[in-house]
Design a protein around this ligand. Structure first.
Ligand code: SF4
Length: 447
């Protein structure tokens, strides 16, 4: 049962020293209870209290990590707007030992090349599922090695029902721990022993969700902690029902045998990539930890990556870029100076238009806590006084000879006030829409 802020407060030393980066013990306790900070940041709490609070505040869906930093689970809510979703669904592509050399090479090449930059993030697939299709242990380990050598940032899922093959494949990965797939009713104990020996997480596969939960319960009793659940469902409807049932049971009813992230082999649910992608959209929305696709193609992967980005963005925290002076197209001392807010979507739209104009420019990005231009102005974070303070300290006066500042068209009403605050600057009102910036900049002349 999660502890309240008051319960945590009673365990703190009450020094109010601020060493935890929060001014008071009460505020710190509230943040720990809300999952916004770690109890370990207070240097004065005992190991016993740390263990007690950590155990009580552990998320109902266990966090699992593997493969050089891939993280899944850690979820605490049913709906994104209640708090946020923590770890984005991992997108995996399948390679099998019975595929031709060229086909494997193509999938690995697409894993490495299909990467998209958006709002400052690189969107890409995360994992490669290597499946033993019965060509023998040597063929399997050689494929695992090929994946490891050619796709160094891919998390690896080692898939075989043969324990010796899983062991050999995992050992090829060395310290780069893979996810072992899968423990079933018939091999669960041996697979669990291997997972413990190698320190790898283990996927548990049942014929039904109930069977998977009973295997998990047995392995939990034996001390295995890091598991991932494949409920065995292979239709969209059954899989969706299982994902929802697992999440509800873990979060609403604290039912521990399903308190683990899930893995959904979407590649076994359809015969063409388009249909797989449609199923995958539902799995990303409702609540898969990993989806395995049979292939990666830009036209189907990109929409999935965008869907994932939207769902796993914290709804309470706008995406921001750093406050700074950004040079675009190699600006000089006579280049225009434009200012806007640090809401990342605004930044990327404005910087994209400036870049497209090919006019060398300085872009000043003012910290507005992620609010857009008008909202920031209404909230008092993008008014004349705050803009002038930022312009003065930004260092732009050392970079340009002129004193002309272009403000967003929506801020035309603060022009006079800003000219009073920045008495040596001339304020120019830019266009309202970023799409009109290129023509505005091409015609722009310093005053
Ligand atoms: S570091 Fe510990 S004692 Fe100091 S204010 Fe934070 S919680 Fe309180």
């Amino acid at each position: 049962m999660a502890l309240t802020g008051i319960q945590i407060m009673k365990m703190l030393p009450k020094k109010n020293c601020g060493e935890c980066q929060v001014p008071t013990c009460l505020a710190f306790a509230m943040k720990v209870a809300a999952g916004q900070t770690e109890i370990g940041l207070c240097p004065y709490v005992s190991e016993e209290v740390k263990a007690q609070v950590s155990e009580a505040s552990a998320p109902p869906i266990r966090t699992i990590s593997f493969g050089g930093g891939f993280k899944m689970g850690g979820e605490t809510c049913l709906y994104r707007h209640e708090r946020r979703f923590e770890n984005p669904t991992g997108i995996a592509v399948l390679v099998r030992t019975d595929m031709s050399d060229d086909a494997i090479g193509g999938r690995l090449a697409r894993f490495n090349s299909l990467r998209y930059e958006r709002v400052g993030l690189i969107l890409k697939a995360d994992l490669i599922a290597v499946q033993d299709a019965g060509q023998g242990e040597a063929a399997f380990t050689s494929l695992v090695k090929r994946v490891r050598d050619n796709c160094p940032d891919a998390g690896i899922i080692v898939m075989s029902m043969d324990i010796a093959a899983v062991s050999a494949g995992a050992k090829v990965c060395g310290d780069y721990k893979p996810l072992l797939y899968a423990a079933t009713l018939s091999n669960a104990e041996a697979m669990a022993g291997l997972a413990k020996e190698l320190g790898c997480p283990l996927a548990v596969k049942g014929e039904t969700l109930g069977e998977a939960a009973s295997i998990v319960e047995k392995l939990q009793a034996g001390g295995l902690k890091d598991m991932v659940i494949d409920s065995g469902a292979r239709t969209l409807r059954a899989s969706l029902e299982d994902q929802i049932a697992m999440r509800r049971a873990a979060i609403k009813h604290k039912y521990k045998p399903v308190g683990f992230p899930s893995i959904v082999p979407v590649c076994e649910m359809a015969n063409d990539l388009m249909l797989e992608s449609l199923i995958a959209t539902s799995m990303i929305a409702k609540y898969a930890g990993i989806i395995i696709l049979s292939d990666l193609q830009g036209d189907t992967l990109f929409p999935l990556l965008l869907e994932r980005l939207n769902i796993f963005t914290d709804p309470q925290r706008p995406m921001v870029v750093q406050e700074d002076v950004y040079p675009i197209n190699g600006p000089q001392s006579e280049s225009p100076v434009i200012i806007t807010c640090n809401f990342s979507l605004t930044y990327f739209i404005v910087s994209g238009e400036v870049e497209g104009s090919k006019v060398p420019s300085w872009l000043l990005i003012k910290d507005t806590e992620g609010l857009s231009v008008l909202t920031a102005w209404a909230a008092g974070k993008f008014g004349a006084d705050s803009i002038s303070g930022f312009v003065k300290k930004s260092g732009i006066t050392d970079k340009v000879k002129h004193r002309n500042l272009i403000i967003p068209g929506y801020l035309a009403s603060i022009k006079g006030e800003l000219e009073e605050e920045l008495s040596d600057w001339k304020i120019m009102v830019g266009p309202r829409e970023a799409s009109h910036l290129p023509s505005y900049l091409r015609d722009w002349r310093p005053n």
